[in-house]
Each structure stands twice: as structure tokens, then as C-alpha cells.
Design a protein around this ligand. Sequence first.
Ligand SMILES: *Cc1c(COP(=O)(O)O)cnc(C)c1O
Length: 469
Amino acid sequence: MSADLSQYSAGVRAWVEKGRALVAQREEELQRLRACRFDTLSVHGLYTMREAIANNQGSIIEPAYLATSEHYADADAMEAALAYLIPTWCYARIANPTTYYLEWMLALLEGYGTGLETSAVVTASGMAAIMTAVDPFAVKRSKDPAERMNFVSSCHVYGGTFQQFSIRRHQDRGHEVRWVSDVMNIDAWAARIDADTRFVYVELPSNPTISFTDLAALADLAHAHGIPLIVDATVATPALLRPLAHGADIVVHSVSKTMTSSGMGVGGVLVARKNIVTNIDNPEMKADFASWVKFLPYRDNGPSMNPLHAVMVLNDLRTLRSKMDLVSRNSQTVAEYLAAHPKIEQVDYLGLPDNPKHAVAKRYLKLVDSELDNGGVPVNRYGHLMSFRVKGGGEAARRVFDGFQMIWRATDLGRIKSVATIPAISTHQQQGEAARSMADVAPNLIRLCVGGEHPNDVIADLERGLKRV
Ligand SMILES: *Cc1c(COP(=O)(O)O)cnc(C)c1O
């Protein structure tokens, strides 16, 4: 951060000089990395040979730093560090070397091919990432005690997000949420934005109804009102969609899902472009949102990620692109089987050509770098989340569900193992009947996330369930 150094001693200023050299070195490495392909970035991130030799005893894998705090060479170094004048990690709630490697990995992956500079902050969970992303916009802009504020969100969001927005934010704190259900219709969004709107929020594709919309048009709309677009792209991962490339200002993810497909823990991330659009008068926040969040509100609120978990995530991310390719292809096969099945009422999967959102999703969901082995033409991949409705209502859906012998019954998704749930009785239970029907979460809807098994075996298990009705 920039600061007036004249108030500091010569000793502190000497540390600042050293710190500047380190930052310059990192910038140089980032420049080199920006020329690398997605697979290369997901394997290495910012953990370079120089980083291994200089700071990590040559370890070829990012070490898990479990220490709570950092020792300083002298008082001047400590003063410089705690004033954020030099790169440092101080205390593990504020920063940590292992989570730092993960943050840069995710910043690089989300920024890939966008030409943008990005920064990231990892959190204890996806819900913490959403709270951390959204909170800075819910601040007072005036001294008027009656000041109003609202935000506009798709109602097709993860059940936890729905609760966070409608109960914790709207009901408990008076930060009004204005839901949009017809998310394809940009005018429906426009109609809800006014001078008190602080941001626009969308989940793409959404969980569990797999909704989608014209991302670039939505970003343009938000920017025309001087407010940012925040996108939850958990279901797509940066291997299929990088929303910043299409104008989004901030991206959030539940890292617990597809990014950590082994299913070994909960985490989240917020990635932002530099110079976000906002109507909050805070130049530092606007210039580098993720870093500002990390330095200040994140430090004060404490939603940090455990470094041991960061290593698990790094480990899973290394094969992200090829994994998304595999599970997307498997899902396409399974979705086609379900769509042709006489006992199925409806299948929602963006890869099915008759899905009403297929055309718009096709413009956005592309396997990163796939054009390199396909004569310059990118290949569409639609991820591994789908939902289907069983004929005969909620009871029939439960019978099918209970017949699975390989597809796990769990409120989970994004795994390398196929997992299914009935959202109406699980993830979307708390929000109640009216909210479920607004978001089209029917009692006979089964959400299925297809893993890396052979698709014929997944189909055989679905068939086992469907034979029971
Ligand atoms: C699971 C999920 C979240 C919440 O993430 P946690 O890591 O479980 O807190 C947010 N958004 C989407 C789309 C999700 O699937």
C-alpha cells in the first residue's frame, strides 16, 4: 500500500526498500506466468523454483505452514510489516504463506485469458466468501439515519445464499434484497435497480435449477448504474467460465465443491479485478477490492481459511481442466439418457439443445484452451451439475433416490464421485414452500452431480432407481 514514509525511521524505510524489491520480483514472475497456459498455471501457480529455494528449503510442493505467527528480524521490520508497508503474513488470520500460494493460484486462474490484473482472498467457506464480498457494499454513504440500501439478486441461488440474503441481510439488518426470478430477461433486472442499489448478484450456472443468463449484458447494466456485478461461478469453475472476462467485477466460489473434488473440506474464495465499478466512495477499495478486503475487513472479521485445507485445494486444482472435461462429457451422456427416459418429466442440463438456456450458455461455457487441439474452435462443456424431475411427484422421486447403490445420497456436489440430493428436503428445506416455488425447486426434483465413474455405470445405477417407480 502507498503511504507517506517520512514519519518512519531510516530502519523502517530500509525494510520498505527490501519489500519493494520483493514486490518487483513477484510482478516479474506474474508477467512470466501470464504467458503460460491454464494447465500450467493450475499445476504451479505462483509457487516457482525461486520461491522454493528462497523460502521453502527447495520443497517442490507448497508446504503447509501451520504456525500462527511470523517472527521479525527486528522492531523496524515489525513496524513496517504491521503498517502493511512490506509483504508479510504477520498472523495467520490476516495472511499465511500457504493460503497465499492458493490465493495467487486462484487469482491467476480466474484472470486467465482476460488481460486483467486480478487478486484473491480465500475464506473458511463459500458462505464466508459471499459475506466477505458483499459486506463492503452495505455501508452507510451519508449521515442520514433513514438512508436506504438494496441489492438485486437472482432468486436462483444456492439455498445458503438465499438464507444469508433474505434472513441475515434483509430481515436482520434491513439491507433489502430484491429478487429476480426471470433471470434471462435483462429488463427484469433493470426494473429493480435504483439509486440505492449497491450491487447486482447472480449465480451462473445456478444450483440446483441450472439457470443461466447473458453475463455481459448484466455486467453492462450494472455498470450503467455505477454498481458492480458479483458472480458466484462455483458450478462452472474457471475451467469453463471466467466471469471477469465478460465484465463481472467480483467472482466468488465455494472452493468446497468442484475445485476440491476429492471432498476433503470446506473453503471459499473471492477474486476481483482491479478498479471495480462501485457507488461507494472508497478509492482503495475500488482500486484493488480483494487486497483491500484482505488487509482490512477480513483482518477484522476473521473468516480466514485453514492453511492445511489450502494444501488440499492446491492438490485438487492441478488437474482442474482435464477433470472438468471428463465430468462434463460424462454428464452429457447421462443427461441424454435421462432426457429420453419415459419416467422422467424434465431434465435441466445446459448441454441439452432443447434447454431454453442452452443457446446463451453455449456462448459462455467453453472448456478453457480447448481451441488449441480443435483447429482454433473452442469446445463447449457444461459442467457436471444437472437436475431431473421424476414423474409421479415427490414420493416417486424419493423411491428412485432410495434405489441408488453407487450414487451417494448427500447434500453435496462437485465430487469425483457421483452424488445426488433432493433439494426440497435438504439444501432448500429452510427457505419454505413459497420461496422454493419462486425458484422452481419442485418436490420431485433430484439434483445429480455426475463424477468421474464410467457414465454407463452411473446410468445403470439411475436405472436401478427408476425401476422402482
Ligand atoms: C455450496 C455452495 C455455496 C456455499 O459454499 P460452502 O463452501 O458450502 O459454504 C455457495 N454457492 C454455491 C453455488 C454452492 O454450491
